[in-house]
Design a protein around this ligand. Structure first.
Ligand code: PEP
Ligand code: MN
Length: 279
């Protein structure tokens, strides 16, 4: 097989189309939903709220990479089934994580975008399998990975002939302990110098607490990010996973309005809404 040319130095920004939604170029994607699929009620309630507020896609993990093996690991197949129900109900494309290549077939039944998490950024066989699956991939930067390493990880997907890769900055390990990770916003323009792939930002896992999520989101949008992936929960205080960093569903519509204004500064329009905005 002939490997494709490394992505560095390519031309026009790629505009990916996922189930009719655009991401990249002028289109800003708002990917929102719970950290983990916890129950039918929790997922459907969140999905409805984010769809009504103009989200581009729904996020939610059925397989969760947890630091402790004793922590909730996700609902697995039942979670995937619930995501399919949420997709049918709201029409939102689904972004969900694949942790293990052995789950790929099942995950592909519902995923419109396969998420490869930070902890798997260096899992090269999984990246190659995802590349062969032909489904768009959202690739998160490893917790302690350089931009070079992120770009090379993306190559593992791209070289299989899958050009639909979205890069995601989600915070890196530094000496700072005031928040969960340090959001490296310079990664947005720095990656854009080197790749035409869409670059999005996850303010939730970087911040670790909701008070920081809106300011980081605004900064990311103004810095030219092609979208955000953000955690939202109807009752964050009851969340099984990542409640402290989840936005309250009741506040999500106001959040989207703020982010839209910041995205406009960078010349971007919320994806999904451009089709319904009457000019
Ligand atoms: C997630 O987005 O669900 C997640 C676990 O994020 P990360 O891989 O960036 O830690
Ligand atoms: Mn989470």
């Amino acid at each position: 097989m002939i490997a494709r040319q490394p992505i560095e130095g390519r031309g026009e920004p790629a505009v990916l189309e996922v189930a009719g939604r655009r991401i990249g170029g002028p289109s800003f994607a708002m990917i929102a939903g719970p950290c983990a699929v916890e129950s039918r009620e929790q997922l459907l309630e969140t999905a409805t709220v984010v769809q009504q507020a103009g989200a581009t896609m729904l996020r939610g993990g059925a397989y969760k990479p947890r630091t402790s093996p004793y922590a909730f690991q996700g609902l697995g197949q039942e979670g995937l089934r619930l995501l399919a129900e949420a997709k049918a109900q709201t029409g939102l494309p689904v972004v969900t994580e694949v942790l293990d290549a052995r789950d790929l077939e099942q995950v592909l039944e519902v995923a419109d975008v396969l998420q490869i998490g930070s902890r798997n950024m260096h899992n090269y066989p999984l990246l190659a399998e995802a590349g062969r699956a032909g489904c768009p991939v959202l690739l998160k930067r490893g917790l302690s990975s350089t931009l070079d390493e992120l770009l090379m990880a993306a190559e593992y997907v791209l070289r299989e002939g899958n050009e639909a890769v979205i890069l995601c900055e989600r915070g890196i390990r530094t000496f700072e302990t005031a928040y969960r990770f340090t959001l490296d916003l310079a990664a947005v323009p720095a990656l854009k110098e080197r790749t035409d792939l869409p670059v999005i930002v996850d303010p939730s896992h970087a911040a670790g607490r909701r008070e920081l999520v809106t300011p980081l989101s605004l900064a990311a949008a103004a810095a030219g990010a092609d979208g955000l992936i953000v955690e939202v929960h109807p009752r964050p205080e009851d969340a099984i996973c990542d409640g402290p960093q989840s936005l309250h569903a009741a506040e999500f519509a106001a959040y989207v309005e703020h982010v839209q204004a910041a995205a406009a500064v960078a010349g971007k329009v919320l994806s999904g809404l451009e089709l319904t905005t009457v000019g």
